[in-house]
Design a protein around this ligand. Structure first.
Ligand code: ADP
Length: 169
């Protein structure tokens, strides 16, 4: 049976931290579906930079040569999505201890919702534990370079976003 995992997150935008998790997970899974999970409540607060379709396009571009990585958007419950796609696992990344509590709670509630899908945690890659989309956006907004922590196309998209919408973000 083909082993498939979904990797849900905001990916606003995708970083080398996410990419490292996806690449390493392909040693275990035959296919990984990266799911841009939309939180409609958060969408209204305008605390995001990239529209979900822009995030999806960036992820798709980063993995254009990796056929085992698929990309999708979900605006409902991740566990309903997992059921619909008939996947075996939900993949999550752990950076530091701070991530643990929320992830632990989420895994517990997700098991309540669908006990056939396992949550699989992978620890952060080498020198990537401090990389988060939120922190990188802060650094970029203050003129710092983020090019060591995101792929080229993401770095370009962030610069473009700052130029075109800088005052609103
Ligand atoms: P963030 O906005 O904090 O980067 P996301 O919702 O996009 O978070 O993250 C999706 C998943 O990827 C989460 O499980 C998160 O903990 C994980 N993740 C994000 N960055 C890293 C990293 N640098 N190393 C390991 N896991 C990460």
């Amino acid at each position: 049976m083909k082993k498939v995992a979904i990797y849900p997150g905001s990916f606003d935008p995708i970083t080398n931290g996410h990419i490292d998790i996806i690449e390493r997970s392909l040693r275990i899974f035959d296919e990984v579906i990266v799911v841009v999970a939309i939180n409609l409540r958060k969408m209204n607060q305008k605390n995001w930079w990239f529209h979900p379709t822009e995030r999806l396009d960036l992820i798709r571009d980063v993995f254009k040569d990796e056929k085992r990585v698929k990309v999708d958007i979900c605006d409902g419950l991740i566990m309903d999505y997992a059921k619909k796609k008939n996947v075996q696992a939900v993949l999550r990344g752990l950076r530091a201890a701070g991530d643990f509590e929320t992830e632990f709670m989420m895994a517990a509630i997700n098991r309540e919702l669908n006990e056939e899908v396992e949550t699989v945690f992978m620890t952060t890659g080498k020198n990537l534990f401090f990389v988060s989309s939120t922190v990188l956006k802060e650094v970029a907004a203050f003129g710092g370079s983020i090019s060591s922590y995101v792929p080229k196309q993401v770095s370009r998209a962030v610069q473009k976003k700052l130029k075109t919408e800088g005052e609103q973000i």
